[in-house]
Design a protein around this ligand. Structure first.
Ligand code: HEC
Length: 219
């Protein structure tokens, strides 16, 4: 019985002493990193990012997938190199997607998300980023519709340029899958005035080195 009163007394004392008004001290944090992880800021400039960017201060992400790797479910590795020979040979690379199977609405959506900011919603090179020289982007994006030189580019070359970028334009290989890049290439072609791709003038590729991308088997 005595034990009962002792325990009851202790409990009451504990309850009463815990009601002594608001506490200002949050107490000690034990190993705070386990409760609150250190935030990694997505766009924070890391040393590595700075080293990889071609010019300090540019907000251009040029990271490409590791050479020779294929993302799961993506098409086969694109063999042509990022040099003038690869660019010339790209004229002859055929779109591995079946024209009838391409969802043009989706292709247009991809174009507007990834390219419209520079090349414009009307593909006239007047996107808001360039804005006829008044925007923050100083290089004039190619006029994809209406410029005979650009209209002559084959879907293969449009794909090549998206894969590796060209001069002031960055690579889109890590933002878009191969399939998406081929879809956008077909979309751009469908908007152009039906000019024939200039494959006659392009360097004759050695058939062994020009690998046709193999159509997707997954998905
Ligand atoms: C940040 C702006 C920017 C974005 C976004 C952009 N481009 Fe470009 N693009 C350019 C510039 C600038 C050029 C001109 C490059 C040159 O010839 O010097 C260009 C050129 C091109 C050309 C012509 C290439 C040639 O051989 O002359 C094609 C085709 C093209 N872009 C397609 C695309 C597609 C498709 C996308 C979306 C996946 C895209 N671009 C996104 C800026 C951009």
């Amino acid at each position: 019985m005595r034990k009962f009163w002792v325990i009851t007394g202790l409990v009451l004392a504990a309850v009463i002493s815990s009601c002594d008004g608001p506490r200002r001290n949050p107490g000690r944090a034990y190993m705070p990193d386990m409760a609150y992880s250190r935030a990694y800021e997505t766009y924070a400039e890391t040393e590595e990012r700075l080293k990889n960017s071609s010019a300090e201060g540019t907000v251009r992400f040029t990271g490409k997938p590791v050479d020779g790797t294929v993302a799961r479910g993506d098409m086969m590795h694109y063999e042509l190199k990022n040099d003038s020979t690869g660019y010339a040979q790209s004229a002859l690379v055929k779109n591995p997607l079946n024209a009838a199977d391409i969802d043009m609405k989706e292709a247009e959506r991809l174009y507007l998300i990834n390219c419209g900011i520079c090349h414009g919603t009307k593909l006239d090179g007047m996107g808001p980023l360039f804005n006829n020289g008044n925007g923050p982007y100083v290089a004039k994006p190619a006029t994809l519709v209406g410029d005979p030189t650009i209209e002559k580019l084959s879907e293969g070359t449009i794909y090549h340029v998206q894969t590796y970028g060209k001069n002031a334009m960055g690579s889109y290989a890590s933002q878009m899958t191969s399939k998406q890049r081929w879809m956008v290439a077909a979309f751009i072609k469908s908007k152009q005035g039906g000019a024939k791709p200039d494959s006659a003038g392009a360097a004759k590729p050695d058939s062994a080195t020009v690998a046709q991308p193999v159509a997707q088997t997954g998905n």
